[in-house]
Ligand binder design. Sequence first.
Ligand SMILES: [Zn+2]
Length: 173
Amino acid sequence: MSPATMDLQDGRLTDEVVRSTMTNCSRGEAHRMRVPGWVLERDPGHEVVGWRDPKAPERGWLLVPCGEAVVGLALRATPGKGVRATAMCDLCRTTRSPGEVSLFVAARAGEAGRKHNTIGTYACSDLACADHVRVLRATPTLKPDPGLSVSQRQEALRERAAAFAAKVLATRD
Ligand SMILES: [Zn+2]
């Protein structure tokens, strides 16, 4: 299975394209995925786009730029209200208040995933990491990685998300 490449030359992302990027879930799951309208306004070729499914609370979705491709990942949050202490997101390195970071697991792509092999990461519960790295000044509940510019944080977020996506796609050990 190879990640979908997106043709964004006409600058338009469609619901269909978003579904076609999903690498680690069944076609049925990708078909049932809810894609909020704002997602189609984003540019997943250049930024990490993530959202929680409004109707399936344990479900989350990430679009990760990986070179020329966009890798779509289906995530599942562990039940409950997230980490019960102040915690840092592994993807955007933002420090968040209790409950605002959750443990997510992604089934590995292909055969490994069918054997229930998963990869986990702590991430912002809302998966809005791309928005959090743009916050200029820390707030009581949201402290971006200190000492870095917004563009450095964006770059680091892309790199860490791409590394996570590579682990999900690594079907051969
Ligand atoms: Zn985050």
